[in-house]
Design a binder for this molecule. Structure first.
Ligand code: NDP
Length: 444
């Protein structure tokens, strides 16, 4: 017998105060209990103790100068969690909330997400508590260069390959790559993904997480004899994932009626006009309340989006734990059919069971938002082959990857009699791959 509660207590003692990391490990361990009880080898090889301990966690100082000539100090992080299936792979997040617990939970989730893609990539994540908001281009460049000066010691195309996440887009990736190249005096394009297509980036990477999220959701709906066509969709966030999820949902005939940012949210009963959103968020890097000026029929609300808008499909695409019990009760009250996580861990853990009990189809982030890292892995392949695939080629591969992920999860659900518990299906399917590879590679 495996005592999951005891294992979780050990994790809490070993990682004091790291609440997000405790939350992520609890979610995975609770849902793989059935597998651990069935198959003794995972206990014999102490997989739980080994898989919840990162290979290494790195924390470093980043000094930079602001436009007034003042010296600023931030913290940088990289957690190299598990490289059993390939080089560590996972994005960099620049946000004032970043700490070791957040980076560790993201890196832990990334192990299983990357395993689900079927591509040869391990799990890692990094970032800084640097806040890119209201910084000049020069300040962003200066920070990125100093961050990379330290990070460059630990990464490499076959070792650890970062990418973007919250606060890190194509501009930041450019500055990071430029500095890495300068330090190494080597053009190693496979060292980072999310690059501009001018110097080794992949077509379709920008769209991949959002488009992939909608492909996954459509597969999940089709499997349950439904479709996204003509459905009302609420989206939170208005960053990279949110914008391209909205784009694909609209392409497939859905009506997207809400989006948000960290200051407030908008409701547009006529359907969100994405050109306006892209202009506000991608080009002018401004606040979402400006949307109202261009669409007088829409409404802007200050503060947190609580999902109290009737819709059929919910796609949270902002940040972790953005949906609390109140939001989930609104979703259930409004008879939402499906909720798929574009963000990582946006639904608080006690709420997931509530969604399942109330028949809401739940697409877990580690599966639903795996499109981004999948196209990042395709970017690595193109870099090492010296090839550039077309947008259509990438899109076809992305679609197939998302189909395969859902199919693997639903088969696992059938095998273990889990009904529509796709979270458990995703955790079991990915855990098995990683754990089996760990056993085959010996005790290291
Ligand atoms: P962006 O920085 O492009 O956008 C984040 C969006 O979420 C912005 O609209 C931002 O508002 C909002 N937001 C951030 N923090 C908060 C908060 N505390 N409360 C309310 N709103 C918030 O990030 P991404 O779109 O890249 O990432 C979004 C989520 O998707 C993250 O959880 C990320 O880990 C996950 N993800 C991203 C992938 C990718 O390829 N980019 C891949 C897989 C998962 P504002 O504009 O005001 O800052």
């Amino acid at each position: 017998m495996i005592n999951i509660e005891q294992e979780l207590k050990n994790i809490e003692v070993l990682n004091p105060g790291e609440t997000e990391f405790h939350q992520a490990t609890r979610e995975v361990l609770n849902s793989i209990k059935i597998l651990l009880e069935e198959d003794k080898k995972y206990r014999d090889f102490e997989i739980i103790k080994r898989i919840t301990e990162p290979d290494r966690q790195i924390r470093f100082r980043v000094c930079w100068t602001d436009d007034n000539g003042n010296i600023q100090v931030n913290r940088g992080y990289r957690v190299q969690f598990n490289n059993i299936l390939g080089p560590y792979k996972g994005g960099l997040r620049f946000h004032p909330s970043v700490n070791m617990s957040i980076i560790k939970f993201l890196a832990f989730e990334q192990i299983f997400k990357n395993a689900l893609t079927g591509l040869p990539i391990g799990g890692g994540k990094g970032g800084s508590d640097f806040d890119p908001r209201n910084k000049s281009d020069r300040e962003i460049m200066n920070f990125c260069q100093n961050f990379m000066t330290e990070l460059s010691r630990y990464i490499g195309p076959d070792r650890d390959v970062p990418a973007g996440d919250i606060g890190v887009g194509e501009r930041e990736i450019g500055y990071l790559f430029g500095q890495y190249k300068k330090i190494k005096n080597n053009f190693e394009s496979g060292v980072i993904t999310g690059k501009n297509v001018l110097y080794g980036g992949s077509l379709g990477r920008k769209q991949a997480t959002g488009h992939g999220l909608v492909y996954f959701t459509e597969n999940m709906l089709n499997y349950n004899n439904m479709s996204i066509k003509s459905k009302k969709v609420c989206i939170s966030g208005s960053g990279n994932v949110a914008i391209y999820a909205a784009e694909k949902a609209q392409e497939l005939g859905a009506h997207v009626i809400t989006m948000s940012d960290s200051t407030g949210w908008i409701y547009d009963p006529d359907g969100i006009d994405l050109d306006i959103i892209k202009n506000i968020k991608e080009i002018n890097k401004s606040r979402i309340f400006e949307y109202q000026k261009f669409k007088p029929n829409s409404k802007y609300f200050d503060g947190k989006f609580t999902w109290d808008v009737p819709c059929d499909i919910a796609l949270p695409c902002a940040t972790q734990n953005e949906l609390d019990l109140n939001s989930i009760n609104n979703i259930i009250k409004n008879k939402v059919i499906a909720l798929s996580e574009g963000a990582n861990m946006p639904v608080e853990p006690q709420c997931i069971n509530l969604l399942l009990e109330n028949g809401v189809l739940f697409g877990p982030g580690k599966a639903a938002n795996a499109g981004g890292v999948s196209v990042s892995a395709l970017e690595m392949s193109q870099n090492s082959l010296g090839l550039n695939w077309t947008f259509d080629e990438i899109n076809t591969k992305l679609k197939n990857i998302m189909i395969n992920i859902f199919s693997e999860i639903s088969k696992t659900c059938e095998l273990y009699n889990l009904r529509n518990n796709y979270l458990a299906g995703a955790n079991i399917a990915s855990f098995k791959k990683v754990a089996d590879a760990m056993i085959k590679q010996g005790v290291v």
